[in-house]
Design a protein around this ligand. Structure first.
Ligand SMILES: C[S@@+](CC[C@H](N)C(=O)[O-])C[C@H]1O[C@@H](n2cnc3c(N)ncnc32)[C@H](O)[C@@H]1O
Length: 420
């Protein structure tokens, strides 16, 4: 059935008046009949499932955006999502690691790190050979030193120096599910199950020792927990986790409670401000800001009726999302120090909620706040994590993980900005 037909079955479709117009006496009679008919329609008209409205919307817009990739992405969205197990470094990790490895799960973060180091060593060795072939011993030493320094400071190396974050996934094509995590003797759970692609924005943030970090839309707290796993936000640095929703902030507290020892979770400041007003709270102070905005949550919208943003009642809210996202990203940029970095992320495939929001924010920062913002290149993430995720190669800005039947993570869009 076409969308227009579906729309037509709704109660707001014009209803023909029964009978002919017979003058003023009949007016109220007809009017009442008309209202009764409308009432009946309202209760009997089949409600179109929000998931179906979502899919129709996606078919229309994403087939244009993703072209021939869309059918396979669509199949991924409609099939069971794959999870990653974020290792909880605050628990008895040795035991958990052993258990996960026995299941044939591997830590995709350290695998990528090893791969990057190997390829950089390879590049350094090739350069050294080139130097020696050029014959001059002194020249060779200089080239070697330069090459190693270049390799170590190149983006792939820097982006993966968060060795403490470990996330286990099953190999491509393996759809085994993880069991729920169990508590250790101190009552802390061994791992947190999440879409492994959700870790990429956290890795892109590249938290360093002593950084002041803000997670502007933090609840229910998967990324906050991942940020804490670095161990860098608490020793010397500081982590502020905010979310406007009081009920979701409670869930964030619960997660911290289940995974993080008290002395550490008490260092995290959890607030429930409207993130758009952050400038009034604490502007220009953070080294790193994560802006993981509310979005159309495409996978959820295609699969679940409950709390679906494609429900007719939520049309206005859905249409206003890009505006809310832009305001939140602007607040994130203004919360960062000059030189600070902001990662913007969504779990939608929509360019209107992804690249367009970033482009508009860069423009507004420049024109209205006289702040220059640079969009960082994250293309090395594609190389680093290509064994685990399917990336879209057509993003104008930032990176996008596409759902795929053999690696059914995402969607996850992330883009890194630097406030100059
Ligand atoms: C995608 S979710 C965040 C998920 C979270 N980062 C995680 O990894 O678990 C988006 C969050 O934005 C919050 N939110 C919506 N509007 C907001 C606002 N104006 N200020 C702050 N948070 C907001 C929602 O309550 C929701 O929890």
């Amino acid at each position: 059935m076409e969308y227009a037909e579906l729309e037509g079955t709704h109660q707001n479709r014009p209803v023909q008046l029964p009978g002919q117009w017979k003058g003023p006496v009949d007016f109220w009679q007809h009017r009442i009949q008309y209202w009764i008919l409308l009432e009946k329609r309202a209760t009997t008209a089949p409600r179109i499932p929000s998931t179906r409205l979502a899919l129709h919307h996606f078919d229309t817009s994403y087939s244009l955006h993703l072209g021939e990739l869309w059918p396979s992405v669509r199949a991924g969205l409609l099939c069971e999502q794959k999870y990653g197990a974020l290792l909880n470094n605050f628990s008895a990790v040795d035991h958990v690691t052993q258990e996960l490895e026995l299941l044939n799960a591997t830590d995709f973060v350290s695998e990528a790190l090893q791969k990057a180091q190997q390829s950089q060593r390879g590049a350094a060795a090739r350069e050294a050979v080139r130097g020696s072939q050029e014959g001059c011993v002194q020249g060779r030493a200089v080239i070697q030193a330069e090459t190693i320094t270049q390799a170590e400071s190149s983006p792939p190396f820097r982006a993966s120096i968060i060795p403490k974050i470990k996330c286990y996934t099953f190999p491509r094509g393996d759809i085994t599910r993880f069991c729920p995590a169990r508590p250790d003797i101190l009552g802390l759970l061994g791992y947190y199950l999440m879409d492994a692609a959700s870790l990429l924005p956290v890795l892109a943030l590249d938290v360093q020792q002593d950084d002041l970090v803000l997670d502007l839309c933090a609840a229910p707290g998967g990324k906050t927990l991942a940020l804490l796993q670095t161990g860098l936000c608490v020793s010397g640095g500081h982590l502020a986790a905010n979310d406007v929703s009081i009920s979701r902030t409670k869930r964030l507290h619960q997660i911290l409670h289940k995974y993080v020892p008290r002395e550490i979770r008490e260092t995290v400041s959890v607030t429930s401000y409207d993130g758009r007003d952050w400038q009034d709270v604490d502007g220009g102070t953070f080294h790193k800001v994560l802006v993981d905005v509310p979005c159309t949550t495409d996978r959820h919208s295609a699969m679940e009726e409950e709390n679906n943003i494609f429900h007719k009642r939520r049309t206005k809210e859905r249409q206003m999302l890009p505006m809310l996202q832009l305001q939140l990203l602007m607040a994130g940029i203004l919360a960062a120090k000059p030189g600070g970095e902001v990662v913007y992320s969504t779990c939608s495939l929509s360019p209107l909620q992804n690249e367009c929001v970033v482009e508009r924010a860069v423009e507004i920062a420049e024109t209205q706040f006289n702040i220059s913002v640079h969009v960082e290149d994250l293309s090395h993430f594609r190389t680093l994590f290509q064994d685990t995720f399917s990336f879209f190669s057509g993003c104008r800005l930032g990176e996008l993980v596409l759902p795929h039947l053999t690696a059914n993570f995402g969607p996850m869009y992330f883009c890194k900005l630097r406030r100059m």
